[in-house]
Design a protein around this ligand. Structure first.
Ligand code: T46
Length: 134
């Protein structure tokens, strides 16, 4: 599965902790940052794959599960630390679920928002996987 758990530096201080995403921390240039918050109990997000986009997800607050499927394997990663993130390469179906109360999901992306980059249908995802596997 083309994913990676990446630890971020944690600069501890009696005033609180500081973590940073910069330079070589992630393997792409950052083109967009967005975050999901005020997530109601039981809500699920995602439910799609990307053709080209790389993303790096961090639970800035609280926790949630990222359920991943590359067409061959399935895996679940729980994000629950603001200094640990999950890199997701293209061609991976992701669902986000089990958000704790007060969870905030930060996403750092390799490109701007392009609706055509989304695969929002599982049948289309399976077709896409077969093409990139050839
Ligand atoms: C992903 C997961 C982790 C924008 O206008 N600009 C943006 O940059 C984004 C990300 C979304 N939108 C609009 C498109 C939809 O009308 O915001 C609405 C909600 O987007 P979506 O349903 O795609 O949100 P999630 O949380 O299901 O998925 C998002 C990202 O879209 C996706 O790439 O991997 O977070």
């Amino acid at each position: 599965m083309d994913i990676q758990i990446i630890s971020l530096p944690k600069i501890e201080d009696r005033r609180g902790n500081l973590s940073v995403i910069e330079g070589d921390t992630i393997p792409f240039d950052i083109k967009r940052v967005y975050y999901v918050y005020d997530i109601p109990s039981g809500a699920e997000r995602g439910g799609h794959a990307h053709k080209n986009l790389q993303q790096f997800l961090v639970a800035l607050s609280g926790s949630f599960d990222v359920i991943l499927n590359n067409g061959k394997q399935k895996s679940t990663v729980t994000l629950n630390k603001p200094n640990v993130g999950l890199l997701i390469k293209p061609g991976i179906w992701r669902e986000l679920a089990n958000f704790s109360s007060g969870a905030v999901c930060l996403v750092v992306a390799s490109d701007v928002y392009i609706e055509e980059d989304y695969i929002r249908n599982l049948k289309e995802f399976k077709r896409f996987i077969k093409i990139i596997d050839k």
